[in-house]
Design a binder for this molecule. Structure first.
Ligand SMILES: Nc1ncnc2c1ncn2[C@@H]1O[C@H](COP(=O)(O)OP(=O)(O)OP(=O)(O)O)[C@@H](O)[C@H]1O
Length: 580
């Protein structure tokens, strides 16, 4: 329950809402307890034949008035408490999303999307329930219980009260036991639900693969298994719930049974009046209702606490990549890049991806990087962008260690086109303008032209406003790549990195794009990671990586002469071109 401590700032912020809300709630309860008192007076007057018409009219009118006040106060507490819990949910969700974006790339390496979504949905919902329903019902039940017992003792009979309360400890124990099992089964249901959501998400994302491999039957079977698992877990919970209510009701009825036997005797021997007996039953009914509710509330609060501790854990995560407190802004970059003795592991228990890697790129030059798959090519821009930090060594831009620069200014200097860039479900325009806040229509069109995409865009019915992704048209692999290039070019960055980003484009288009970039954007340091020699031959120098270490370096001609990996790839690709 200590996990709720993090909610204190929220509660403090909305303390007046909560305070007035709880007071209104207590007013509702107090008014509710006045009704058995009126019934006592009416019954007594009826029993002793003293009830006058005008008195009955007044009592009825009072009950009506109480009903009206209860309506008003109920409305008030609902508005006040539900409103503040919704505000809390809103703020908590915003804070969580900000934290998600603050966390470093490595955080996402071993996290399931379904679990992350569950934090933002189920966990926040459970906390909101605890902060609204939980608090309301807890206050409600606690006050009602205490007030009802006090009224029973003060207005009726202490002994009858004590005897009627005998089953209450059994009731409390049963509720506690049920509560623990319900909580556990509820958690299992949540896990099964998360598994099902994950599997549905995967099926939607991989629908093309499923269809092209005719895996529909197997996927339906797998889904059926997950769904059946969820059904079984839900049934387990339902059975427990099904047993819970009747058991609780049965134990509660023992209280009425005792009251009926002992209470009627007290009436018959004139220890209490008939009116007191009626009122006593009214108080008992309020109590019997509220005892199980306390059990439920404890569940809601426990569930909320479990969710809150998961949220706290997430909020306490610190990003691996942090800015120095005196970080400087990188400005007017010339594009000199230097890697000195860089060693890097994605996971420390595995082999290093880059080993003592030392390399430098002159400003304004175009450098190609090639090497076998998995040799660490894409890791180089990842480190340059500080998506990860090296375990050893240093990286500098224009002589400034990138660790000393602000993340934003560093990333603003680099236009990085990933192997498989993500395309958002938005318009083409918005996708290109993504990385540049102060863009103009001309900038966007210029970038699209340079990336060789403009002609494709104008052939779409709504040109630049055409929606793409889930809500719109589907782009071809080559169009996606060119869109990603346009997105990087619109930033007009001093350093441009194309990571296998022309592989789905034919060689003539590729030639046009690279020529365009070279002739239009002067003095840009360009790094081209590629497997195709046709792409690399535009580069001033080419670095061949092998197992995280430079193995060859030189111009196209120099590397051919060297007769190593590059030359082998060159002849191999020439042969393929001749055959096709
Ligand atoms: N996020 C990650 N977590 C753990 N390991 C990773 C991660 N990204 C890449 N790796 C591993 O690091 C190694 C180098 O990956 P990298 O992407 O740099 O290779 P690459 O030379 O660009 O390969 P390719 O030509 O296939 O794109 C690979 O073995 C890869 O499995």
């Amino acid at each position: 329950m200590s996990s709720y401590l993090t909610l204190i700032p929220f509660i403090k912020k909305y303390k007046w809402f909560y305070l007035w809300g709880v007071l209104s709630l207590i007013m509702v309860d107090a008014l509710q307890l006045a009704i058995p008192e009126i019934l006592r007076r009416i019954t007594d007057a009826l029993q002793f034949g003293t009830l006058e018409k005008q008195q009955l009219f007044m009592y009825s009118l009072t009950i009506l008035f109480i009903g009206l006040l209860m309506m008003l106060f109920r409305f008030l507490w609902r508005i006040l408490i539900i409103n503040s819990s919704r505000r809390m949910e809103y703020e908590l969700r915003n804070e969580m999303f900000e934290q998600f974006l603050r966390l470093s790339t490595s955080y996402y390496n071993d996290k399931k999307t379904g679990d992350l979504i569950a934090h933002a949905t189920n966990d926040i919902l459970a906390v909101r329930n605890a902060a609204s329903g939980g608090i309301i019902t807890f206050t409600d039940a606690l006050f009602l219980n205490l007030a009802a017992v006090t009224m029973m003792i003060l207005t009726t009979n202490l002994k009858l009260t004590l005897i009627a309360l005998i089953p209450m400890p059994i009731l409390a124990f049963a509720i506690y036991q049920f509560g623990a099992s319900i909580n556990q089964r509820f958690k299992i249901v949540q896990e099964a639900f998360s598994e099902l959501t994950e599997s549905v998400q995967e099926s939607f994302s991989g629908i093309r693969v499923i269809k092209s491999f005719s895996r529909e039957e197997q996927e339906i079977h797998l889904f059926d298994q997950s769904n059946e698992n969820l059904f079984n877990k839900n049934m387990n919970l339902a059975i427990l719930f099904g047993t819970f209510s009747p058991t609780i009701q049965f134990i509660s009825s023992i209280s009425f049974f005792i009251t009926l036997i002992y209470g009627t005797q007290l009436v018959m021997n004139h220890t209490i009046t008939l009116g007191s007996f009626v009122a006593f039953n009214g108080y008992l009914a309020s109590m019997v209702w509220s005892v199980p509710v306390i059990g439920f509330v404890i569940n809601i609060l426990q569930r909320g606490a479990a969710s809150m501790s998961r949220i706290n854990k997430l909020m306490e995560e610190t990003p691996n990549i942090v800015e120095a407190s005196d970080a400087i802004d990188l400005r007017n970059v010339h594009g000199h890049i230097e890697f000195s003795n860089v060693t890097f592991y994605y996971t420390t228990d595995k082999v290093p991806i880059l080993k003592n890697f030392t390399f430098h790129i002159d400003p304004g030059s175009t450098i190609g990087i090639m090497g076998p798959t998995g040799s660490g090519k894409s890791t180089i821009p990842t480190l340059l962008l500080r998506l990860y930090d090296p375990d050893d060594g240093e990286i500098k831009i224009d002589g400034i260690p990138i660790k000393d620069t602000s993340l934003r200014s560093l990333r603003d200097q680099i236009g990085y086109v990933e192997q498989n860039s993500f395309i958002f479900s938005a318009s083409i325009y918005e996708n290109i303008a993504f990385g540049k806040e102060d863009h103009s229509k001309e900038n966007i069109e210029m970038a699209a032209k340079l990336a060789g995409l403009h002609q494709d865009i104008v052939s779409f019915p709504e040109t630049y406003n055409t929606l793409i992704g889930e809500r719109g048209v589907t782009l071809s692999g080559g169009q996606k790549q060119r869109l990603a290039i346009a997105r990087a070019l619109v930033k007009n960055p001093p350093i441009l990195i194309l990571d296998d980003s022309l592989s789905a484009v034919d060689t003539q288009t590729e030639e046009r794009i690279l020529e365009g970039i070279k002739s239009t954007i002067h003095a840009k340091t360009t790094v081209i990671i590629a497997h195709r020699i046709s792409t690399l031959k535009y580069c001033d120098k080419i670095l061949v990586l092998d197992n995280g270490r430079p193995s060859e370096y030189g111009s196209h001609e120099e590397l051919i002469k060297l007769d190593g990996f590059y030359a082998y790839q060159y002849y191999q690709q020439m042969l393929e071109d001749e055959i096709t």
